[in-house]
Design a protein around this ligand. Structure first.
Ligand code: ATP
Length: 899
């Protein structure tokens, strides 16, 4: 069994020895044995609240207190049946809340599991990616900038490695790492040769051997971290919760006033007024609303995950609905990230390359005629450099050519192979001694090689302007000549205007025996070999999605590191910008924040921009009042992702660092997914509003009926326990169904919702009052009619209760669309949840009316067919009246109405 060791005080060799491993990695047998011994590399999840505690926490609610007091007083008044009914309703409500909360939590947990991180390991001397939870002690892990460290590790090879360890040490500056042994009593923050699980690589590369996994890691031992459980909460839910609480207190006070008024001013008995006051309280308090909203939100999160948008922070769902600008990357998001080299420019000539995708079959052509590469040493040279200054590999698997690594480099591999080179052989013959990896900030990559005769040279590839400024000469055939800057600039522009992504390739001879490559080595004195142009076609679905966003009043802006002409051309192909206006990073740098703020709205394409520009753009847009969604993938995108209202990270090519900084992750890196997430965000918000719009008038109608009865001196049209019944059965059936509503047709035709807009807009308040009054008139009216006709109180009340329930059924149908008509097949039958809920409610209501047990509990009497016809006639009026109101609204241009 592995002991807990002071790994930092041992040399790398000792650590390898102690863990029976080597820098080539573990063997298959070892891995199986260790997986069994140590288990998965996962932290034991925080202990969930015990179900009993969770159930009891459902009782923490003012309405429940009111009801419990009511039950006790009712019992003291000797109304035992009512007391039991109230108590049972309390318990059933708590049970329903408990089950619903559990469901919502489950939905969230399932989504968390989608976010499992990956690690690059070396096993059996082969390097590949595996899910981090499969790591075992002794595994060799390769870290690079942007990764999240997957386990505790002793580093043995380090290149400019910097790690953000603030999670463990609280130190905000990244720690510089090396592989030197330190004393055993060195504090954690100074163990430069160790990296710890959960920390983030902000720069450089490194290799380490896993020393501890799972709960044995430093982070695993800090138990406080494990206690963090995310709760279902968003600003809107919080506001609704607060609103419900304030409303409850107000209603309790109002009930007390009513009690006083009834007893003293109207001369009702104490018992009568007590019943009325309790009735009012249970009628008016929207006790089910917060739970319904939570469910609507959880369903929204699930639906988004199905559409490949994974929400990391819940409030983002709401913000998504109000996004007014989307700033997106180009490569891979708008385009397919499947690169193919199409042309190669050499001095005085431009060659075409045939073939498609990553299939390395194709030819080189000049003026439409195939050329023989044996006569074109410079073309061979550029293909050779393309292979060596390259980390990608090409393979033929499952009848298909695929690459692993960066697609830009994959395309260059294909170019090398088309030129007749074997990538593995070339890389063996010309071994790489050192490299400067590609980073978006400097836009180039350089490698140092030697051959068997110890000739040493550098290859450099990168954005043309970056490479050109480092070159003094250009290669021409076998010879070298002074660089013709103007020629290259012209050709660059021409190639970029076709939407090609460009890379210039250069070389430099150095002194033999050179072992390290510095930025200074590639700062000047290089010889340009040529420029390659590759295509990366736009995604068809992205083009459609851009259009949909624009129709939805959302501006789409492209922020790319690519050449300005390439960006313009791709922008034009995808419908972003007008193909002419664009700003480059250099131009942004020359502007003050105020100037940028003025310009930013009118420009949609930003090229050659780096992460610092992104953050300035977000700030400028936000100062103009926009709600900004911004995509990003690199380590340095993190600040802009955090600053944006919705930071969106890439699930495939994004770094762990960018994911940690984001609100949402695109599992497929696709722009179309952002558009559908916005649509879903709008839909969730709509459904939350629809739930409010449905629930509150019911409470309003019930409460008004009681207030009216007392004010006019009548007996109550519905008793407190009957109201409890109605609220309970409708909360578990009808009210939940609106959470399942699909997007309305016009959801992506409306302008974005203004952020900070109150949920109870003028329209919503109006609709609540309107429907409350309809419910009041119908329920109270029928009750009075039956009373006047000489029926018993119980009969009149049974009719009133059933009218109320039927009103809700008809109103639910109407509530499915805000202002659109529901008089269509889709409108009436389109949501199966609605139909099931109505079915269940009818069964429950029949039990309520016709079983002797219920008749005893709720003082109901069986009603006949003609009563039902009357009830249906009255209650269906709500559907027609609301549809009439919608019709008038539509006529008065309701589309411009703020819902
Ligand atoms: P975005 O994804 O934001 O749309 P991008 O992917 O086009 O941007 P970068 O990856 O930062 O932007 O690339 C910027 C430029 O750097 C490219 O136009 C290209 O010239 C050069 N470049 C890209 N990848 C490499 C690489 N692997 N090696 C050398 N140069 C590269």
């Amino acid at each position: 069994m592995k002991e807990q060791q002071a790994w930092h005080s041992k040399t790398a060799e000792q650590v390898f020895h102690l863990l029976s491993t080597s820098n080539k990695g573990l063997t298959d047998n070892e891995i199986t044995a260790r997986t069994e011994q140590y288990g998965p590399n996962r932290l034991t999840p925080a202990k969930k609240q015990h179900p009993v505690i969770k159930f009891l926490s459902q009782f923490k609610n003012i309405l429940i207190y009111v009801l419990l007091v009511a039950a006790v007083v009712t019992a003291l008044l000797d109304h035992w049946i009512d007391a039991w009914v109230i108590l049972s309703v309390v318990i059933i409500n708590a049970l329903v809340g408990f089950v619903q909360e559990g469901k919502a939590e489950k939905a969230l947990d399932a989504i968390k599991n989608l976010l499992s991180p990956q690690a690059m390991v070396r096993r059996n001397n082969r390097t590949f990616t595996i899910p981090s939870d499969q790591l075992v002690p002794g595994d060799i892990v390769i870290l690079q900038s942007g990764d999240k460290v997957p386990a505790d590790m002793r580093l043995f090879s380090v290149r400019n490695l910097r790690i953000d360890e603030s999670l463990l040490t609280g130190e905000s500056l990244p720690a510089e790492k090396n592989s030197k042994t330190v004393k055993s009593d060195t504090p954690l923050a100074e163990r430069a040769n160790m990296t710890f699980s959960g920390t983030l690589v902000t720069y450089g590369k490194g290799e380490g051997v896993v020393t501890e996994t799972g709960d044995q890691t430093e982070i695993g031992r800090i138990s406080s971290m494990l206690g963090k459980v995310e709760t279902l909460e968003t600003p809107l839910l919080r506001r609704i919760d607060e609103f419900a609480r304030t409303l409850t207190v107000a209603i309790v006070l109002l009930s007390a006033l009513l009690f006083g008024f009834g007893v003293f001013a109207r001369g009702y008995s104490l018992t009568q007024m007590f019943n009325a006051a309790v009735g009012l309280a249970v009628a008016a308090i929207p006790e089910g609303l917060p739970a319904i909203m939570t469910i609507a939100l959880a369903i929204g999160v699930e639906a988004m995950a199905h559409r490949k948008a994974i929400i990391r922070r819940l409030p983002a769902i709401e913000t998504l609905g109000s996004v007014s600008v989307i700033c997106t990357d180009k490569t891979g998001t708008l385009t397919r990230n499947e690169m193919t080299v199409k042309s190669v420019a050499l001095p005085g000539k431009r060659f075409e390359v045939t073939g498609s995708g990553y299939d390395p079959h194709g030819t080189f052509q000049l003026d439409g005629r195939e050329i023989d590469l044996r006569n074109h040493s410079q073309m061979r040279a550029i293909a050779h450099a393309s292979l060596l200054c390259n980390d990608a590999t090409l393979q033929f698997r499952d009848e298909q050519w695929t690459i692993s690594g960066d697609p830009t480099e994959g395309a260059l591999c294909v170019l090398g192979k088309k030129a007749g080179y074997d990538p593995d052989l070339e890389r063996q013959n010309w071994p790489r001694i050192d490299l400067i990896p590609f980073e978006s900030e400097h836009r180039f990559m350089a490698t140092l090689h030697h051959d068997h005769t110890d000739r040493t040279f550098i290859y450099l590839k990168g954005a043309p302007e970056v490479v050109l400024e480092r070159c003094t000469k250009q290669r021409h055939g076998e010879a070298e000549e002074p660089l013709n800057y103007q020629y290259w600039e012209n050709i660059t522009q021409k190639m970029a205007a076709q939407g090609h992504r460009l890379l210039a390739i250069a070389s430099k001879k150095t002194i033999s025996g050179q072992e390290t490559l510095t930025f200074e080595d590639v700062a000047s004195g290089l010889t340009l070999i040529g420029i390659v142009g590759m295509i990366d076609p736009p995604r068809d679905e992205a083009i459609v999605a851009v259009k949909r966003c624009q129709q939805a009043g959302i501006r789409v802006k492209m922020i790319t590191g690519d050449h300005v002409d390439t960006a313009r051309a791709i922008g034009k192909m995808t419908g972003i910008g007008d193909g002419s206006k664009a700003l480059t990073g250099t131009e942004i740098e020359a502007m003050s924040d105020e100037e940028l703020q003025q310009k930013v709205n009118g420009i949609d394409v930003f090229a050659r921009s780096s992460p610092e520009h992104k953050i300035r753009l977000v700030k400028a847009l936000q100062s103009n009042g926009s709600v900004v969604a911004m995509t990003g993938d690199g380590v340095n995108d993190a600040p802009a992702l955090k600053r944006a209202d919705v930071g969106i990270a890439m699930g495939q090519k994004g770094t762990e660092v960018s994911r940690e900084a984001s609100e949402m992750i695109l599992a497929d890196d696709n722009f179309a997914t952002i558009a559908s997430a916005v649509e879903q965000g709008r839909t969730v918000y709509d459904n939350l509003k629809k739930s409010i719009l449905f629930v509150l008038p019911t409470n309003g109608g019930e409460a008004l009926s009681i207030l009216f009865a007392v004010a006019l001196g009548y007996t109550l049209p519905v008793t407190a326990v009957q109201i409890l019944w109605v609220n309970m059965v409708t909360a578990v059936t009808l009210a939940l169904t609106l959470a399942f509503e699909k997007a309305e047709n016009n959801v992506m035709e409306r302008k974005p919702r203004k952020s900070g807009e109150p949920i109870l807009s003028g329209f919503i308040v109006w609709r609540i009052v309107y429907v409350s009054l309809i419910l009041l008139s119908g329920t109270f009216g029928l009750f009075l009619w039956y009373e006047k006709a000489g029926y018993s109180h119980d009969m009149a009340r049974t009719v009133a209760v059933n009218t109320l329930v039927m009103f809700e059924i008809f109103y639910l149908l109407s509530s499915r669309f805000f202002v659109a008509s529901v008089f269509s097949k889709k409108g009436l039958l389109g949501n199966p949840a609605v139909l099931y809920a109505i079915g269940i409610l009818i069964v429950l209501q029949s039990l309520f009316n016709y079983t002797p047990f219920m008749q005893t509990l709720f003082a109901t009497v069986p009603i006949g067919l003609s009563d039902w016809l009357t009830i249906l006639l009255v209650s269906s009026s709500v559907l027609f009246l609301v549809e009439l109101e919608k019709y008038i609204l539509r006529k008065r241009r309701a589309d411009s109405l703020t819902i």
